[in-house]
Design a protein around this ligand. Sequence first.
Ligand code: FES
Ligand code: FES
Length: 150
Amino acid sequence: MRVELTVNGEPQEAEVWEGESLLYALRERLGLPGSKNACEQGECGSCSVLMDGELVCSCLVLAAQADGHEIVTVEGLGDGDHPVQEAFVEAGAVQCGFCTPGLVVATAALLERNPEPSDDEIREALSGNLCRCTGYQKIFDAVRLAAERA
Ligand code: FES
Ligand code: FES
């Protein structure tokens, strides 16, 4: 089946099969490998994207469900120059980097709706994004740094 969607502001079309995830379509059909595939079960958040402004796990959304919708991936936020991307680098919140695109998208979504989040609000907003490297402290530092600059 054919789907038509907007990705990072650009109209896109892709031929997908009925059970195919949005994550697969983004990575394998639309050439956007920024969203990572770690669990494919909605557990880790590494595939986080915005769908019509809402944070979703793209591994849990069918490509067919995205037909007619607007998607923003980590590539759509910036080319390393988004304030959240810069804050993650400066705070040392990136180790293997596998979780980073999802965390950057989730953080950008958080700061968009709540520019001055409390620690508890940061914790809750990022609770769906797992990182096995950093111990999360540097990630918190990055979110606070991005919030300060926003
Ligand atoms: S790959 Fe989608 S939540 Fe882990
Ligand atoms: S930096 Fe490796 S999983 Fe987060």
